[in-house]
Design a binder for this molecule. Structure first.
Ligand code: PEP
Length: 256
């Protein structure tokens, strides 16, 4: 069975006090109510990572630590950057790459994203590779080929063994932070297409092992229906991950 993963992307939210409060609420709820076999990942801003590592360790919490970004090199004169090996030394197990906000606001190109994925794999960190189309692409029915091309350009330079270690997040850009969610049919269609695209190029065995998460205004109201789809293995959650109760309730909608 594929790994079921629900990751919270806090983005550039929370100051020290409210970040730690959110973390301790999450830890407490998961301690009392369990995680039901779902891999719960929390990706706070970099500044919270050291404290989060400590509190997760002290409480022996099953919550996994993730980060929202990284650089392509492990050390060196790259002022302001954070490296995969540093993240690994702080217990980070997952890093989001290729998020549409980084592609759009920070001009991150596919070759740059590929370098990040390579560096992450070399540091035994799981990349969560985001892909997804803008509304205008969907309106002209180019969404399937557009997203498959994003898979080709950033993932197909890796070996089957490497690709199997990557988690994919399909995030239609028109659904991120807008309150509009892809319908279950739209989401399942895309997830199936991504999996069959990987199966054709890399092999069905590998494709069947890869967890593909849905992201884009995932909420408690739509989670159960989305998670019930054959090719949806979890979620990448922005806004709703900032409320401990709602985030954990969403993870409970995943039936293992
Ligand atoms: C995201 O940015 O990864 C995301 C899914 O955000 P939201 O849940 O707020 O749409």
């Amino acid at each position: 069975m594929r790994k079921k993963i629900i990751a919270g992307n806090w983005k550039m939210n929370t100051h020290l006090g409210d970040g730690m409060l959110l973390a301790s609420d999450l830890i407490q709820i998961v301690k009392e109510e369990g995680h039901n076999g779902v891999n719960i990942v929390v990706c706070p801003p970099f500044l919270h990572i050291a404290l989060m590592q400590n509190i997760l360790k002290e409480t022996a919490s099953p919550i996994h630590l993730g980060a929202q970004n990284c650089y392509t090199q492990n050390f060196g004169a790259f002022t302001g950057e954070i490296s995969p090996s540093m993240l690994s030394s702080f217990g980070v197990e997952y890093v989001i790459v290729g998020h549409s906000e980084r592609r759009e606001y920070f001009n991150e190109s596919p070759p740059f994203i590929v370098q990040k994925i390579k560096a992450l794999l070399e540091n035994n960190i799981t990349p969560i590779y985001c892909c997804g189309e803008k509304l205008e692409v969907r309106e002209v029915s180019q969404h399937l080929s557009f997203v498959c091309n994003q898979i080709t350009e950033c993932l197909f330079g890796f070996s089957a063994t490497e690709i199997e270690k990557i988690v994919i997040a399909y995030e239609p850009i028109w659904a991120i932070g807008t309150g509009k969610t892809a319908s279950t049919e739209q989401a399942q269609e895309m997830h199936q297409e991504i999996r069959s695209h990987i199966a054709k190029k890399i092999g069905k065995n590998s494709a069947d092992k890869i967890s593909i998460l849905y992201g884009g205004s995932l909420r408690i109201q739509n989670a159960a229906e989305l998670f019930a789809q054959a090719d949806i293995d979890g979620g990448l959650i922005g806004g709703a991950s900032l409320k401990a109760r709602e985030f954990i309730d969403i993870t409970k909608k995943m039936k293992i």
